[in-house]
Design a protein around this ligand. Structure first.
Ligand code: PGA
Length: 256
């Protein structure tokens, strides 16, 4: 399986800044065939970046989209409209869940719309700090996973990527803590077991499961060597070109 390194720029970079970043990153990176590098840029930049991107080196992702294809949904962008521009879309990021109120039902429809439009969804799941404190981690992971995937058939599941992002480890969360490799290992095992329950063991082994939460060049190697982890989803460090590129180099090195 490929290793995925996904940068989530969130609401950062103007169109011009995004273009300069991409230009420099493409110059800095060799073509690592077995590392799939994705930049999830703000919607506004996707059109211009899609003309500029060298798809041999990296792919584009959206950070969000609405589940209906067209219609009276002021301010929204659909997966149908993103078709051809991006190869990936982050769905159900915790900032979408907790700042914008997206529930599992909405996320389920978005995952389905993404698959329908041939865009690989990166479904984000993960417990909050208080859910963890109450011992609810496993339930939350299972509920968000089965909820998000409710409309995904066995035939389509290998086109979906799962990202485990414990909310308490995301760098923008107040008093964020680092997840230990053991925390990640436990969660990823649970995710893979749940996927095996739904889709069968063989299929579950082919599904990419990423980790995200304060990943940086010094801890990336440790997370990438946790059994069952297929790659990383990176927020803050993806905004710093040198750090993001170092993480990509690390992925190439530790997983070659
Ligand atoms: P972080 O963000 O790497 O800054 O913790 C990860 C994310 O929110 O996807």
């Amino acid at each position: 399986m490929k290793t995925y390194i996904v940068g989530n720029w969130k609401m950062n970079f103007t169109v011009g800044e995004a273009s300069i970043y991409l230009h420099k990153l493409q110059k800095r990176l060799p073509n690592y065939r077995d590392v799939e590098v994705v930049v999830a840029a703000p919607s506004l930049s996707l059109q211009s970046l899609s003309l500029q991107i060298d798809r041999h080196k990296m792919k584009l992702g959206a950070q969000n989209a609405f589940y209906r294809d067209f219609g009276a949904f002021t301010g929204e962008i659909s997966f149908e409209q993103l078709r051809g521009l991006v190869d990936y879309a982050i769905v159900g990021h915790s900032e979408r869940r907790y700042i914008f109120g997206e529930d599992d039902k909405t996320i389920q429809k978005k995952v389905a719309a993404s698959v329908r439009n041939k865009i690989t969804p990166i479904l984000c799941i993960g417990e909050t700090e208080s859910e963890r404190a109450f011992g609810e981690t496993a339930d939350v992971i299972r509920d968000q996973l089965t909820g998000g995937l409710a409309d995904v058939s066995e035939e389509d599941i290998e086109k979906v990527i799962i990202a485990y992002e414990p909310v308490w480890a995301i760098s923008s969360t107040k008093a964020a803590k680092l997840a230990s490799p053991d925390d990640v290992s436990d969660a990823v095992k649970l995710i893979r077991d749940s996927l095996a329950d739904i889709y069968g063991k063989k299929t579950a082994e082919n599904i990419a499961v990423l980790f995200g939460g304060s990943v940086n060049p010094s801890n990336a190697g440790a997370y990438l060597t946790v059994p069952g982890v297929s790659g990383l989803l990176i927020g803050g460090a993806s905004l710093i070109l040198g750090e993001f590129a170092d993480i990509i180099d690390t992925a190439k090195r530790v997983r070659a």
